[in-house]
Design a protein around this ligand. Structure first.
Ligand SMILES: [Zn+2]
Length: 243
């Protein structure tokens, strides 16, 4: 049986908040044993479209680039895989359109209460989970506790789980591996996900530590900007570190 190793949640420069060029992330994963990568920029499929068009053939022969996007809706964010056009609309319209076109609809980080665009923060987590093809039960940027909650709810609702690194920076790549028991073709990958034939591997302790660190930095900066911060924090040094 063929095995495909994939990451279904990577952001590129086209997201506006990522440091990764499409060429770097696709080449790096291709050279580290991955067979498929979904580039899912915020509200845009441009990263994946760019990669498919401009990357050298020798790289694209090693790895399947799946076009995707992470779309904001009123009921939380959705990851759509397979679509090369920018999607807009409300939750129901997008889900319905994906069904018609056979695109894959994934609910990312559904129970991460720290993200304002997650389904739980919008109050629609059960509803949203019921209407998607699969759930991102493991997001490498989320705390393990939130991932465990997502996994438990997905199991209850009988939804297949996948993992996403949600990488925005170089050191966030390769944090997850989805091992699929299928051929390395887009339609077969989608079918394997829908049938739940995916094994997920993640570096949980590392991601939890990183997340704690970034939340602490955010907290420190916010306090400092408001004039309540710790006096010894030097803004010049900190600003450089953030960049
Ligand atoms: Zn994301």
């Amino acid at each position: 049986m063929s095995i495909t190793i994939a990451d279904f949640h990577v952001h590129t420069l086209f997201s506006g908040d990522s440091h990764l060029s499409p060429r770097v992330c696709v080449s790096l994963l291709a050279n580290h044993g991955y067979n498929a990568i979904a580039l899912v920029d915020h509200d845009s499929p441009k990263g994946a479209v760019f990669a498919k068009k401009h990357l050298p053939k020798r790289i694209l022969q090693k790895i399947t680039v799946i076009a995707g996007q992470e779309v904001k809706t009123e009921k939380g964010e959705l990851i759509i895989l397979g679509c090369e056009k920018t999607l807009q609309g409300n939750f129901e319209e997008i889900v319905e359109f994906c069904k018609e076109e056979n695109y894959l609809c994934i609910l990312p980080h559904p129970l991460d209460f720290f993200r304002k665009n997650s389904a739980c923060r919008k109050g629609f987590v059960h509803y949203a989970m019921k209407h998607v093809d699969a759930v991102e039960c493991t997001n490498a940027r989320s705390f393990m506790f939130f991932n465990l909650l997502a996994k438990s709810l997905a199991k209850k609702l009988k939804k297949p789980c996948i993992a996403g690194s949600d990488a925005h920076m170089l050191n966030e790549l390769e944090r997850v591996k989805n091992v699929l028991f299928c051929e390395n073709k887009e339609e077969e990958i989608f079918e394997a996900i829908r049938k739940g034939k995916v094994k997920v591997f993640v570096k949980p302790y590392f991601s939890t530590l990183q997340r704690t660190k970034s939340l602490l930095w955010k907290l420190l900066f916010k306090r400092h900007e408001k004039g309540k911060g710790i006096k010894s924090v030097n803004t010049t040094v900190d600003a450089t570190r953030v960049k």
